[in-house]
Design a binder for this molecule. Structure first.
Ligand SMILES: Cc1ncc(COP(=O)(O)O)c(C=O)c1O
Length: 480
C-alpha cells in the first residue's frame, strides 16, 4: 500500500468509525451469528497474490460486522464495562502507526516516560498513596499473576524463581468466594496450585468474611502451610461487592502476607472523592490493579498496576540478556522488568489522550452519572411488584430477579434465564447473568460511554413489557 492509498483508505476508515458511532444503536447489540458461520464465509487458504484493500473493507462489512457484539452500544448492559472513546481510538491509531516496542527505556524513551507520568497522574486521580509506583499491564489477569508471583518470591526470599518451587513449602493464596477467576488461574500458573487457593466465604453483601479469613489463615499456619498472598476485591465481577481493606490488611500485616487488591472494575470509581471510602486501609496494601480499559473510556488493553515496593516486583521479573544491556540501566524505568512479557505496546498514549481530552472533572461527572443510573434503576426495580434487587448497588451494576410469589426457586431460575435469552435475542439490549446463593440473577451494567437515562429506562420498560406479555399470554407466567 503506497502513501496515497494509505491516505485514501485512512480517511475512509475514520469516516467509517464516525458513522459506526453515530449509528451504533441500529446494530443488534448481541451478534446473531450462528456458530461456525463466520469461519465458513472465510476462504480455507490465504490468497497467494495481492488483493485490493477495497475487498478487505467489503468483507469486513459483510462477513465480520454481523459477527460483532457491540460493546460500545449504549444498550450494552452485559458483563462489565469495556468502554472506549474517540480520543482513545485516535491515540490507538498513532500507537499502531509508530509500532514501537516499549520494553526498555531506550527502545522509546518517550513511551517509558509518558507511562511513568501517566501512572503518577492515575495515582493522583485515584488518591492512592504517593509511595505507589505504577506500570501499565495488558490485563488485570496479568497484573494479579504478577502480584502472586512477587508474593511467592518474597515469601521464599526470591529462591523459587532460581531453584524452583521445591524450596517454597506449601504456599497458600486467599480470596473471597466471589473473587474473579483470574486469581485461581494466577495461583495455578504461579505454581502454587489451584487447590492451594482458599476461597473464603462471603457475608450477606457478598464481601469477604474477615473472621473466616483469619480463621483460614490460622488453621493453615497450624497445619504447616505458608500463607503467601491475599487478594481482596474492590468490585467483584458478579455483584460488585467491596471487600473491606482495613480488616483484611490488619490480618495480612499481622501474619506477614502480601495484600493485592483487584480493583479491575471499581478502581475508576476512586476518581470520585465520595467513593474513597473503598480505599480505607490502603496503607496495608502491597499492590493494586485497576482497568482504565473497563470503566475509564480507554479501549482495551490498559491495566494500571501499582506496587508499594517496586524493587520487589523488579527483583522478581528482571532478567538481562546481552542484547538488552544499556548504558542507562538503573537510571530509568525499563518496564520489561515490571511484568511478564518483554514486548510491550505503547499504551500510555491513549491514556494521555483520554485524560487530557476529557479532563478529570468531566471523567468524574461521567462516572458519577453511571453510578446514579445504576441506583435509579435499582429504585425502579425495587418499586415493581415481584422484582427484587439481589445485591447492594454501589457502583455501576444492578443484580435483580423476577420472582413472582409462590414460584419455587428452580422455576424462578428457569424463568429468569428465559427472560435473559429472549431479551438478548431481540438484539435491542444485551444483559448477562450471575448466580448468587443458588439463584439465577440478571445483571445490568450502566457504564458504557454513551449510555444515558433514556437507554436505561427503555431497557427497563422492555424487561417489564416482556414479563407482562408472558403473564398475559399464559394467564400465569409460563416458565418452559
Ligand atoms: C474483578 C475482576 N477482576 C479481573 C478481571 C479480569 O480482567 P482482565 O480482562 O483485564 O484480565 C475482571 C473482568 O471481568 C474482573 O471483573
Amino acid at each position: 500500500m503506497n502513501s496515497d492509498e494509505f491516505r485514501k483508505y485512512g480517511h475512509e476508515i475514520v469516516e467509517w468509525i464516525a458513522r459506526y458511532y453515530e449509528n451504533i444503536e441500529q446494530y443488534p447489540v448481541k451478534s446473531k451469528s450462528a456458530p461456525g458461520s463466520v469461519k465458513a464465509a472465510l476462504p480455507a487458504i490465504p490468497p497467494t497474490g495481492s488483493e485490493s484493500f477495497d475487498l478487505f473493507l467489503k468483507d469486513f462489512d459483510d462477513i465480520i460486522m454481523p459477527g460483532i457484539t457491540h460493546w460500545q452500544s449504549p444498550n450494552f448492559f452485559a458483563y462489565f464495562p469495556a468502554n472506549s472513546s474517540p480520543p482513545s481510538v485516535l491515540a490507538e491509531m498513532l500507537t499502531a502507526a509508530l509500532g514501537t516496542q516499549c520494553m526498555i527505556w531506550e527502545t522509546s524513551p518517550a513511551a517509558a516516560e509518558l507511562e511513568e507520568r501517566m501512572m503518577e497522574w492515575l495515582r493522583e486521580m485515584t488518591g492512592l498513596p504517593s509511595c505507589f509506583e505504577g506500570v501499565i499491564q495488558d490485563s488485570a489477569s496479568s497484573a494479579t499473576l504478577a502480584a502472586i508471583i512477587t508474593a511467592r518470591e518474597k515469601v521464599t526470599r526470591y529462591a523459587s524463581n532460581r531453584e524452583g518451587l521445591s524450596v517454597a513449602g506449601r504456599l497458600r493464596v486467599y480470596c473471597s468466594a466471589q473473587a474473579h477467576s483470574s486469581v485461581e488461574k494466577g495461583a495455578g500458573v504461579a505454581g502454587i496450585g489451584r487447590e492451594n487457593l482458599v476461597r473464603v466465604p462471603v457475608k450477606g453483601d457478598y464481601s469477604i468474611d474477615t473472621d473466616a479469613l483469619r480463621k483460614a489463615v490460622e488453621q493453615d499456619l497450624s497445619a504447616g502451610f505458608v500463607p503467601c498472598c491475599v487478594v481482596a476485591t474492590l468490585g467483584t465481577t458478579g455483584t460488585t461487592a467491596i471487600d473491606p481493606l482495613r480488616p483484611v490488611g490488619e490480618i495480612c500485616r499481622e501474619k506477614n502476607i502480601w495484600l493485592h487488591v483487584d480493583a479491575a472494575i471499581a478502581g475508576t470509581a476512586l476518581l470520585l472523592p465520595e467513593m474513597r471510602w473503598m480505599a480505607d486501609g490502603m496503607e496495608y496494601v502491597d499492590s493494586l490493579v485497576f482497568n482504565p480499559h473497563k470503566w475509564m473510556f480507554t479501549n482495551f488493553d490498559c491495566s494500571a498496576y501499582f506496587v508499594r515496593d517496586a524493587a520487589s516486583l523488579i527483583r522478581t521479573f528482571e532478567i538481562l540478556p546481552e542484547y538488552l544491556k544499556t548504558r542507562t540501566r538503573g537510571t530509568v524505568n525499563d518496564y520489561r522488568d515490571w511484568g511478564i512479557p518483554l514486548g510491550r505496546r505503547f499504551r500510555a498514549l491513549k491514556l494521555w489522550a483520554v485524560i487530557r481530552t476529557y479532563g478529570v472533572e468531566r471523567l468524574q461527572e461521567m462516572i458519577r452519572e453511571h453510578i446514579r443510573l445504576a441506583k435509579m434503576l435499582a429504585g425502579l426495580i425495587e418499586a415493581e411488584k415481584d422484582f427484587k434487587v439481589m445485591a447492594p448497588v454501589v457502583l455501576n451494576t444492578v443484580c435483580f430477579r423476577f420472582e413472582p410469589e409462590g414460584m419455587s426457586l428452580e422455576q424462578a431460575n428457569r424463568l429468569n434465564e428465559k427472560i435473559n435469552h429472549k431479551l438478548n435475542d431481540t438484539g435491542r439490549i444485551y444483559l448477562t447473568h450471575t448466580t448468587v446463593d443458588g439463584r439465577y440473577v440478571l445483571r445490568m451494567v450502566t457504564a458504557q460511554t454513551t449510555v444515558s437515562e433514556r437507554h436505561v429506562l427503555n431497557a427497563w420498560e422492555m424487561i417489564k413489557d416482556y414479563v407482562s406479555a408472558l403473564s398475559a399470554e399464559h394467564g400465569a407466567v409460563d416458565v418452559d
